[in-house]
Design a protein around this ligand. Sequence first.
Ligand code: ADP
Ligand code: MG
Length: 240
Amino acid sequence: QRQSEAHLRQLASVGQIAAGIAHEVRNPLTAVKGFLQLLKEKNEERYIQIAETELNNAIAILQNLLQVSKPDMDDEPVERIDLTVELESIIQLFQDQFYRVNVIKNFENPGNYIYGKKNQLKRAFFNLLKNAFEAIEDKGSIMINHSATKDSVTVSLQDTGSGIPNEKLKLLGTPFFTTKQNGTGMGLAFVFSVIYQNGGTIEVASEENVGTTFTIHFSKDRRKNRREAVHLDQLELQQT
Ligand code: ADP
Ligand code: MG
C-alpha cells in the first residue's frame, strides 16, 4: 500500500524541497564553521574530528537526496544480481557489530538472483540493514532471508529491535522523517524509491518492543519487472 500515487509524488518531489535541504545541510556546516573557528584559536585534534564528522553528515545528506530524487543518475545497467553474494558482502560491512547482534542468514536457495541495478539495490539493502542494527539497542538478532518461487523472489530483513509505533509506520519513507538524534531521515526514502524504480515492492510489519520486518518482492520475469518499474522523474510534479 506504500506504492500509492501520493507517496510516489512525494518521493519525486524531494528534489524540489529546497528549504528542507537548506535546513538539513546548514546545521552540520554551521557546526564545522564553528569548530574551524575554535581550531584557529586552539589547535586541538578533537575539533578536527568533529568537523570531519559533521562534514561527512552534510555529504551523506546531499548524496542521499540526489539518489532519492534521481537514482537513475549514475545510469547503471540492469544486471543479474546474485543475492547470496551481495547480501553477504553487505553483512560483512557490519562485522564490528557481530559481538552484540546475532546475524542469522536463511538463504534457502543459495543461487537466488534478481535483475536490477546492482549498486543502487546494494545501497538500499545497506540502508535497511543499518536501520536494523541501529534499532537494536543492546543485544538482539537480525534474520536475513531470501527465497524464490516459480515467478517471484522475496528478500526479508527481520530485526528484534525497538519496533515502530503504529502511528509512525505511515511516516516511513517520508523524506526527513527520523526519530534519531543524528538521523537524516533519508535512508528509507532512498530505499523505497530504489525498490520501486527497480520494479519491486516493499512492505513493513512492526511491533513496538518486538521488532520490525521489511519484505521485498521482485518478479522473476525481467520484462514484467521492467514494465512495473516506476520512473519517478516521469511523474508530473504537482505544484505545492
Ligand atoms: P534515519 O535512519 O536517518 O533515521 P531512515 O529513513 O533510515 O532515517 O529511517 C527513518 C526512521 O524510521 C528511523 O529514524 C526510525 O525511527 C524508523 N526505522 C527505520 N527502520 C527501522 C527499524 N528496522 N526498526 C525500528 N525503527 C526503524
Ligand atoms: Mg537509516
